[in-house]
Design a protein around this ligand. Structure first.
Ligand code: ATP
Ligand code: MG
Length: 340
């Protein structure tokens, strides 16, 4: 099993072709547009381009255009001067300035509002811009990588995305194929995630050949992110493999409920790991409780924690049993109306 925890971007001919393009373009400053369904690894590819370029010692700044309210996005990207708008108490540099000497990664670019599409187009022409409420031009030296999981042609046809911006961004287009089109990667990815989560959670889980076969056949509409989450659950749950089989049998995998990645990476790696672990714990807890119909004694046995710890975890994760949910939803006025 692999103990190397670097992402695996060379597991199939399709990904190796992408790696070759990355190697060829990394050292140019060509703009790159990365496309592909959610969870295929666009962020990893963007980072790989940065780390293989001469800018690798400079910053890598990610901005998720969908996660920031549109009225704040301009200031987020380009900064603002003191007094530019209500609440702008002091001058604030934008993410383009922070990316000086490095790479700026504009994720979910299709969500950029029209006015900002126009401003970005101008910025990409000479890499100079003014902060919101300012006049002086700031020059920035940054490589731009954009990504989207939307059908951009459709957005172009509907006039939702500017054609001139599309052509400017699309100097190199990388299309990351969905996981179902590169299934040969699944065993290696699964064993790599298994190694990583075993290390992280102090477990020694194995995946049986039967389960591996099921994993390889699965449709993975949530792509690598979904596979990652499934393997995490297998590791966290005491009977993780059976839980996976049960999910497959109930047709419940394929609808990834993973949280969207944070808008911008402003957390430390330790915080991100803690959040991931908390979410995995919450999912595992909810799943087991549902399976044993909220028999808490049974759940504490399966999860190998004391009854008291289990109750504590339930409260911490704010999980509510179905019987209490009924009580909470109970609306007496509705009942009275029915009765009369
Ligand atoms: N080849 C890979 N090797 C290891 N991990 C991977 C690989 N591809 C994707 N992942 C993992 O899968 C998850 C999703 O990847 P990533 O965030 O790069 O996808 P994305 O295409 O940017 O998704 P979205 O469109 O939702 O932003 C991440 O946790 C990432 O680490
Ligand atoms: Mg992404």
């Amino acid at each position: 099993m692999s103990t190397d925890h670097a992402p695996l971007l060379d597991g199939s001919p399709k990904m190796r072709a992408i790696l070759t393009i990355i190697e060829n373009i990394a050292d140019t400053d060509a703009m790159v547009l990365i496309r592909g369904e959610s969870g295929v690894g666009k962020d990893l590819v963007a980072r790989a381009i940065h780390t293989q370029s001469a800018r690798r010692h400079g910053p890598f700044v990610k901005v998720n255009c969908a996660a920031i309210p549109s009225e704040l996005l301009e200031s987020e990207l380009f900064g603002h001067e003191k007094g530019a708008f209500t609440g702008a108490h002091r001058r604030k540099p934008g993410q383009f300035e922070y990316a000086q000497g490095g790479t700026i990664y504009l994720d979910e670019i299709a969500e950029l509002p029209p006015a900002l599409q126009a401003k970005l187009l101008h910025v990409l022409q000479d890499f100079r811009f003014a902060r919101v409420g300012g006049h002086g031009l700031i020059e920035v030296d940054a490589r731009v990588i954009a990504a989207t999981n939307r059908d951009l042609e459709h957005a172009l046809a509907r006039g939702e995305f500017r054609e001139d911006l599309y052509y400017r961004l699309n100097v190199v287009e990388l299309h990351i194929p969905p996981l179902r089109e590169r299934r040969e990667e699944i065993p290696r990815l699964a064993s790599w995630f298994l190694g990583r989560f075993n290390d992280q959670y102090g477990r020694q889980k194995q995946i049986s050949p039967e389960t591996l076969a099921r994993l390889t056949e699965h449709a993975w509409s949530g792509n690598v992110r979904e596979l990652e989450n499934i393997v995490r659950r297998m590791v966290v749950l005491a009977d993780g493999e059976q839980a996976f089989e049960a999910l497959v049998a109930r047709g419940q995998i394929g609808h990834d409920a993973a949280p969207r990645p944070a808008a911008m990476v402003t957390e430390s790696l330790r915080e991100i790991a803690r959040r991931g672990a908390r979410e995995a714990e919450r999912q595992a807890l909810a799943e087991v409780l549902e399976r044993v119909r909220w028999n808490r004694a049974e759940a504490s046995r399966i999860l190998k924690v004391s009854y008291k710890t289990l109750l504590h975890k339930i409260a911490e994760c704010e999980l509510v049993s179905p019987s209490r949910r009924v009580v909470q939803d109970f609306n007496p006025s509705r009942t009275i109306r029915h009765a009369t």
